[in-house]
Design a protein around this ligand. Structure first.
Ligand SMILES: Nc1ncnc2c1ncn2[C@@H]1O[C@H](COP(=O)(O)OP(=O)(O)OP(=O)(O)O)[C@@H](O)[C@H]1O
Length: 310
């Protein structure tokens, strides 16, 4: 593994990395030395260790990592659902002390209320966040977002009457309708089939292009990250996961998946990110093996019972 990889070391595509860094918009969210673990004593697991990250206003940032590396823990810290054990998470200079409509979160598993329709699920959030709007304005707002995700024909249906893709669209519309400053997408496509996944990925990009709010997508799919992101930051495998170097994606938008498959910049970036992830996982395994090599397990002196004698 290349031990001298530095953040922003990789810029693939047309962007001049130096210009990109010096013109970088101010951070909207900052994580400084954030650490998080679960449990206590011998059952304690340190999941994230010294996470330092500036999320820039208006950028589309992708965090990529293997399963179990701590991606959800990372998202929950950003969302304010959990607090770091040490270090800080701030948004616009203020500590993140709990969830806020300013940080909209879309989960992997939709989390819709089963007794409400598509419109009802979205209206619930809109009515909570925009209490002082007139009823007509709130309803028009709800319908605008139902339309944005292409679900006008299904607005009256309940979650059990929807496909996985439609449920995730509803969940996305519900979060977008709250007009969060930062959209947090925690593996929003991973429960979907490949075709729906690709379609909804395109729709997320289209909506991001229109709204231009800051967007952080957590994914385990490198290609997906390259398709959507301005920057990709790998999450090194845990325990004690830290962030790897940022890879700047300098590819023009809109990005066409079929065309990119033959694009040298795309292929180079895909190899660089994948090789990095594979190398850090290999190193993590070696460290784990070295740590457990001297452990010996002695089985208790139990005599097997002879069933026939009973
Ligand atoms: N509430 C909790 N209590 C104890 N351990 C937890 C808790 N939440 C997560 N963990 C542990 O923290 C580690 C990271 O979990 P996390 O869900 O953040 O990873 P992930 O990368 O999102 O995984 P996946 O991709 O499989 O969803 C795992 O070992 C998990 O068992």
């Amino acid at each position: 593994m290349n031990a001298v990889l530095q953040p922003e070391a990789f810029t693939v595509g047309r962007t001049d990395s130096q210009a990109a860094i010096s013109d970088a918009p101010k951070p909207i969210i900052q994580m400084k030395n954030a650490c998080k673990g679960y449990g206590s004593g011998v059952t304690r697991t340190e999941v994230l260790s010294n996470i330092n990250l500036n999320i820039r206003e208006g950028e589309f940032l992708a965090i990529v990592g293997f399963s179990g590396s701590g991606k959800t823990t990372f998202t929950q810290l950003l969302a304010g659902l959990i607090k770091p054990d040490s270090g800080t998470v701030t948004m616009e200079g203020e500590p993140v002390n709990g969830p806020s409509p300013d940080r909209g979160l879309v989960f992997q598993n939709y989390s819709l209320l089963p007794w409400l329709t598509v419109r009802g699920n979205i209206a619930l959030s809109v009515n909570t966040v925009f209490k002082d709007w007139s009823k007509a304005d709130r309803m028009a707002h709800v319908d605008r977002f139902i339309d944005m995700v292409g679900l006008s024909h299904a607005a009256h249906r309940r979650p059990h009457e929807l496909s996985g893709g439609m449920r995730q669209r509803t969940s996305l519309a519900r979060t977008l309708a709250m007009k969060p400053k930062v959209l947090l997408l925690d593996e929003p496509l991973s429960a979907l089939d490949a075709l729906t996944r690709s379609q909804l990925g395109d729709e997320i990009l289209k909506i991001w292009g229109e709204e231009r709010q800051t967007c952080v997508m957590i994914t385990n799919d490198v290609d997906e990250a390259i398709m959507v992101a301005d920057r990709i930051v790998p999450l090194n495998p845990g325990p004690c996961a830290s962030l790897g170097p940022a890879f700047t994606v300098g590819l023009d938008r809109p990005r066409n998946k079929t065309e990119l498959n033959d694009d040298e910049h795309f292929k180079g970036l895909r190899n660089a990110v994948t090789n990095y992830l594979v190398a850090v996982r290999q190193r993590a395994r070696q460290v784990e093996q070295a740590a457990t090599k001297h452990l010996t397990f002695r089985l208790p002196p139990i005599e097997p019972e002879d069933i026939k004698r009973r």
